[in-house]
Write a protein that binds this ligand. Sequence first.
Ligand SMILES: Nc1ncnc2c1ncn2[C@@H]1O[C@H](COP(=O)(O)OP(=O)(O)OP(=O)(O)O)[C@@H](O)[C@H]1O
Ligand SMILES: [Mg+2]
Length: 257
Amino acid sequence: MQDANTTVLVQLRDVEKTYRTGEVEVQEVRGVRLAIERGEFVAIMGASGSGKSTLMNILGCLDKPTSGEYVLDGLGVAGLDRKRLAALRNRKLGFVFQSFNLLTRTTALENVELPMLYSVPIIPRRARRQRAIGALERVGLRERVGHYSNQLSGGQQQRVAIARALVNRPELLLADEPTGNLDTRTSIEIMGLFQELNESGLTIVMVTHEVDISAYCKRVVVMRDGIVISDNRNEVRRCAQTERAALDEVEHTARLA
Ligand SMILES: Nc1ncnc2c1ncn2[C@@H]1O[C@H](COP(=O)(O)OP(=O)(O)OP(=O)(O)O)[C@@H](O)[C@H]1O
Ligand SMILES: [Mg+2]
């Protein structure tokens, strides 16, 4: 089914997801209708077990709905086989997780080059390297390209993960609790980066438990027991860049005192 040439990037229609464990079938997503336009920055919130990650897995084409329809960038996902789904993920989607998921004993540069190894058409080695460096530059890590994952702070590791998610120039960035393992200051930095990427046109969907973090987004969707219970524009957005500058100022003053 084609919905091309619209501003809608993600369209979920009555999506359900049922898991079967042994004899028992449990419906974890129970009829979600959701349209996300290009350029949005959406927070998905809700209690533990409310179906956020299940929904993200569907959005990320890592899992298919049991019923209902998912149209991503004009393309119905239901009819695609595993190979086509993988190609779609590689071309259109970027993923960021709570636990960074970087390869250990591997440099920042190599981690970021990785998704390009599966790109069709093939990206030559030299171009891969240049693009990876460009992505690391974009997240402020130009000076750290040769560092191994374990030589980087949590915030820096998350930046590498974001660079890796960006390197194939996705239409949609999906982030599941990206600040879950980070302290407040580093969380603000990462939200600053997300706001910047969003301003430059990237569509972002981010799961978070924290109201404070959802406040950086343009829209907040709340789930409960597998359904969307509220979906609102965020009229008073927090601005990470301003907050960071204020924090710097406070710390500077404290050092002088
Ligand atoms: N692969 C699976 N097989 C069976 N049940 C699953 C599977 N994945 C998730 N579930 C169940 O689906 C429900 C929703 O899980 P989900 O991971 O989507 O919740 P969540 O909102 O992301 O929670 P959290 O905030 O804790 O991450 C849970 O009850 C979980 O046990
Ligand atoms: Mg989850």
